[in-house]
Design a protein. Structure first.
Length: 212
């Protein structure tokens, strides 16, 4: 096994108390933002938006709707991950316009692919659960962010203990194409966090992995 990667994954844990005086460097943060951008998604559709909440006043408003967890205000960077509620024609057209531009080929090249996506996500059964489908994609981004942060020895805490409708109000997502799905606090652990030395509890390989 790659011992460096495994050691960083063992080092990572869901930080309960961040050092509010220690901030992520601009270079490292841009790297983590790029990791979010490069996250894979179904069909490559990227049905998400990542809100990096740095305004202390806004974070203070979010805290009561986060079970009063201190990570919201104490972390270096607080990321709210929102999922799209629908895939309208405008969004799909933008996606294929970008694909044609970036790959420098006629948009018509992707006509079959566009039709396949439409038959699945616009006309098929999944068209009735786009927000749920998009939320699953968001969790891929969450995992990617936490792993990349661990490689850089930057701490994270995924946060589902939030009230999405209240987050939507405060972050002005209400009435848009996006809804809050999950959040992630990013920064550096405090020396006072007693959980930093706790042993990781994971089931064994024989319990979780089956080769067929």
């Amino acid at each position: 096994m790659n011992s460096n990667l495994i050691e960083q994954l063992k080092w990572r844990y869901a930080v309960k108390k961040f050092d509010n005086q220690k901030k992520i460097s601009e270079v490292d943060w841009r790297t983590l933002e790029e990791s979010l951008i490069l996250t894979p998604s179904s069909y490559g559709l990227q049905p998400w938006k990542f809100l990096v909440v740095q305004d202390p006043g806004v974070r203070k408003q979010l805290t009561p709707h986060s079970w009063n967890q201190t990570q919201v205000e104490d972390c270096s960077h607080f990321v709210v991950m929102a999922a799209r509620v629908e895939l309208d024609d405008a969004y799909l057209e933008y996606f294929f316009d970008e694909m044609a531009r970036i790959r420098n080929v006629p948009k018509e090249t992707f006509a079959g692919y566009q039709k396949m996506i439409a038959s699945d996500l616009k006309q098929g059964p999944r068209s009735k659960m786009i927000q749920e489908w998009a939320t699953r994609q968001v969790y891929i981004a969450l995992g990617n962010l936490m792993t990349c942060a661990a490689v850089l020895k930057i701490d994270t805490c995924p946060m589902e203990g939030i009230a999405p409708p209240k987050y939507d109000e405060i972050l002005k997502l209400t009435g848009t194409q996006y809804r809050t799905a999950v959040a992630c606090a990013v920064g550096y652990r405090s020396k006072e966090d007693k959980y930093s030395e706790a042993k990781k509890v994971r089931f064994g390989r024989e319990k979780l992995i089956q080769t067929i």
